[in-house]
Design a protein around this ligand. Structure first.
Ligand SMILES: NC(=O)c1ccc[n+]([C@@H]2O[C@H](COP(=O)([O-])OP(=O)(O)OC[C@H]3O[C@@H](n4cnc5c(N)ncnc54)[C@H](OP(=O)(O)O)[C@@H]3O)[C@@H](O)[C@H]2O)c1
Length: 258
């Protein structure tokens, strides 16, 4: 990855920040995206100081109108060819759908889905012309099943999984690999943003650092769907397909209420 440019969304905290550190450790350059400028600037200063790589930051709300063209224009003006696209920015919200704010649900669909496909669509042509590239989508184990209490969030991640598998197939002869990282619970700001603090779900959560390291390795190995929380691999891959969706929903309803 030496000298390769990675563009990471959601780089100001959590998994995205750790993905940036892994890429920097490999000698890669970075375009860091999120809304909070101060966090991005601090990360940039640290990465330049410790790894001597090139880092650009572009603070922006990716869901605002025209954000993706603005971001693409920025990379072009900087003369940056994005070799690694990491679609990582995303959030969840805990609560029953009927009681939730529709604007928050729509904003979640915009960030978790619309931004991801628009950025991917904008950057594939450059990767294709160079005959190489990596597209990395932070999905979730939530993408494997319906998720009462977080109905919209689970559905957005199901989209990301389906999209990743289809795109990986479409691009299989292009030199571009497509990977979806599927973490279980991870200790980040996600828990607070989703309004899930105080629950038991995050008691056994993995660290963002380990999640990012495993995910990055899976991307280098061109894995399409990668579950980073190893104890969840067997139940998700081998038991879940035999459990009716209605039962899956009932299990998640109980688990998330804890
Ligand atoms: N933590 C978990 O348990 C878990 C499990 C499975 C999957 N995931 C997925 O992992 C990804 C990263 O989440 P995380 O756990 O690392 O949570 P996090 O610490 O809250 O990170 C989310 C990142 O997204 C950025 N972001 C949020 N809204 C944005 C917007 N409108 N425009 C631009 N950037 C925005 C945030 O930065 P700003 O606030 O500065 O904008 C932040 O950098 C998400 O896709 C999440 O769904 C998380």
């Amino acid at each position: 990855m030496k000298n390769k440019w990675a563009l990471i969304t959601g780089a100001s905290s959590g998994i995205g920040k750790e993905l940036a550190i892994v890429h920097a450790r490999k000698g890669g350059n970075l375009v860091l995206i999120a809304r909070r400028e101060r966090e991005l600037q601090e990360l940039k200063d640290f990465l330049i100081r410790d790894y001597g790589i090139a880092v650009c930051i572009f603070p922006i709300d990716l869901t605002e109108s025209g954000a993706i063209p603005k971001l693409i224009r920025f990379t072009e003006e900087q003369g940056i060819h994005v070799d690694v696209l990491m679609n990582n920015a995303g959030f969840g919200a805990f609560g029953l759908f009927a009681d939730s704010q529709i604007a928050r649900n729509s904003n979640m669909v915009d960030l978790n889905i619309k931004v991801l496909i628009e950025l991917t669509h904008a950057l594939i042509p450059g990767m294709k012309s160079r005959g190489s590239g990596y597209i990395f989508n932070t999905a979730s184990t939530a993408g494997f099943l319906p998720g009462p209490w977080q109905a919209t969030y689970f559905a957005t991640k199901a989209f990301v999984l389906s999209f990743t598998e289809a795109l990986a197939y479409e691009l299989k002869d292009s030199g571009i690999s497509v990977t979806a990282l599927c973490p279980g619970p991870v200790k980040t700001e996600f828990e607070k943003v989703a309004g899930m603090e105080g629950g038991k779900l995050f008691d056994q959560a993995m660290s963002a650092k380990l999640t990012a390291e495993r995910g990055y390795r899976a991307m280098e190995r061109k894995k399409v769907i990668f579950i980073s929380d190893y104890p969840l691999v067997f139940p998700l891959r081998f038991l879940l397909p035999f459990i009716p969706k209605r039962w899956q929903a009932a299990i998640i309803f109980r688990v998330q209420k804890m």
